[in-house]
Write a protein that binds this ligand. Structure first.
Ligand code: NCD
Length: 321
């Protein structure tokens, strides 16, 4: 039987069946995005706390929109405006939110493991919206949904991930997810961003430094965002990254015909990806955004809404006299 999810903290510990279940649950919500009236009453009366301790625009908007379309209310906490700036600890901040009785918590934090830390201490379902360099599970799920829709299934494809794999939680979650479906994974980027240890992340992972070799035979390519603050001379100049690794139309020709191009955003055109590739027919970037809503609605429905259909807890046993 499918084990009921309590939280979504990462992909690594999920089974293939749990992942397929979430992807299947997202299907009706994909359809729903095309409705003229985009509001359900499923989570009416529920409140989702959305706590972002790290800047984000798209993921935060995606979660708030997903909650709103399910009819839930949201409590928003953003690092900029919060008392975190005044030195409050993560636990105190989250306990304060908890005292307002939300029914679920979506959290993004710059420290790997923060969502798990919070989940161990709070009594509500927690969804990881990206923690440090650890995981970004909803991104990997929306990527998987996009690949499955375009290619019919996930099993057996060749995936190439380009860029700063070392610091990318998107790369890590994708490797965990897709390797469970027998996808062969090639990691490619400057050696300092693709260290040897990453080959042990999951089965069927190899690292390659030449982009031409990495793209040869690829069915799916994920171009990661290059964090410009990590580009500096003499280690690595932007010009060198562009010259050696940018995903250009010429390089894309080395992949299998019709290979998919994914990017988690925000995308820097002219750095990690050429605009012609970003806007080309193989690009899935806008489908990824739309699928992000469907995945997040499915998760909120399942994790936050689930409690509503469960029987109330049994009466506590009578106290012994
Ligand atoms: C990603 C993230 O924050 O991890 N972006 C996102 O969720 N939209 C990828 C990135 O910022 O590089």
């Amino acid at each position: 039987m499918l084990q009921r999810l309590e939280h979504l903290l990462g992909i690594e510990d999920l089974t293939r069946e749990q992942i397929s279940f979430i992807l299947d649950q997202a299907k009706p919500f994909q359809e729903f995005q095309r409705h003229p009236l985009k509001k359900l009453a499923t989570l009416r009366g529920k409140t989702v706390a959305i706590a972002f301790f790290e800047n984000s625009t798209r993921t935060r908007i995606s979660f708030s929109t997903a909650a709103a379309r399910l009819g839930a209310d949201t409590m928003n906490l953003q690092a900029e405006a919060s008392s975190l700036k005044k030195g409050e600890s993560l636990l105190d901040t989250v306990r304060t939110l908890e005292a307002m009785r939300p029914d679920g918590l979506v959290i993004r934090h710059s420290s790997s493991g923060a969502p798990e830390f919070v989940a161990d201490r709070l009594g509500v379902p927690v969804i990881n919206a990206g923690d440090g360099t650890h995981e970004h599970p909803t991104q990997a799920l929306l990527d998987a949904l996009t690949i499955r829709d375009r290619k019919g299934h996930l099993e057996g494809w060749n995936l190439t991930i380009l860029g700063d794999v070392l610091h990318s939680r998107v790369a890590r979650s994708n490797v965990h997810l897709l390797s469970k479906f027998g996808v062969r994974i090639t990691l490619c980027g400057p050696a300092m961003w693709v260290p040897r240890e990453l080959e042990t992340l999951a089965p069927n992972v190899r690292r390659v430094t030449r982009v031409e070799e990495a793209l040869d035979g690829a069915d799916v390519i994920i171009a990661l965002r290059v964090q410009t603050e990590r580009l500096h001379e003499p280690a690595l100049a932007a010009e060198e990254y562009i010259l050696r690794y940018q995903l250009t139309p010429q390089r894309l020709q080395l992949a299998r015909p019709g290979a998919l191009v994914l990017h988690p955003g925000p995308m820097i055109r002219g750095l990690e990806i050429d605009g012609a590739v970003a806007d080309g027919p193989q690009s899935c970037v806008l489908e990824q955004v739309a699928n992000g809503l469907a995945i997040r609605m499915a998760l909120l429905y399942h994790l936050v809404g689930g409690a509503a259909v469960e029987p109330p807890p049994a009466k506590p046993p009578e106290k012994a006299q």
